[in-house]
Design a protein around this ligand. Structure first.
Ligand SMILES: [Zn+2]
Length: 118
């Protein structure tokens, strides 16, 4: 049965430009940042890249976020009239790096995770 959804063949994925380092990359390699609502000043990461409106594309990399902030790329990319509040975006990027650190330090702090399980 040919019931698989029709996926675009590999190699034809749309390409976007990272607003931080300005490199071009396939959509799936970037995260999308959108305004929380049309005309809002707060931006958030659009994990599913499905929110309506304009989006700013960015590598999931703290350096690209910093670059984009420094060149004020977000208000331009999102067509915002004023400055864009990026707290939620910064938190999203911090969360990602925290997760890795927590995993490592958790192992060290706990020592023997099996000992409590008898
Ligand atoms: Zn980048």
């Amino acid at each position: 049965m040919n019931s698989l959804p029709r996926l675009p063949p590999p190699g034809t994925e749309p390409v976007r430009t990272c607003v931080g380092c300005r490199a071009r990359a396939p959509r799936s390699a970037l995260v999308r940042v959108v305004l929380e609502a049309p005309g809002a000043s707060r931006a958030a990461v659009d994990d599913r890249a499905s929110a309506p409106g304009r989006g700013a594309w960015l590598h999931a990399d703290q350096q690209c976020l910093d670059l984009a902030v420094r060149r004020r790329a977000f208000p331009r990319a999102l067509r915002s009239a004023g400055p864009v509040d990026l707290d939620a975006v910064h938190a999203w990027f911090t969360d990602r790096s925290d997760a890795v650190i927590e995993e490592e330090s958790g192992l060290e702090a706990d020592g023997h995770p099996m000992s409590t399980q008898r």
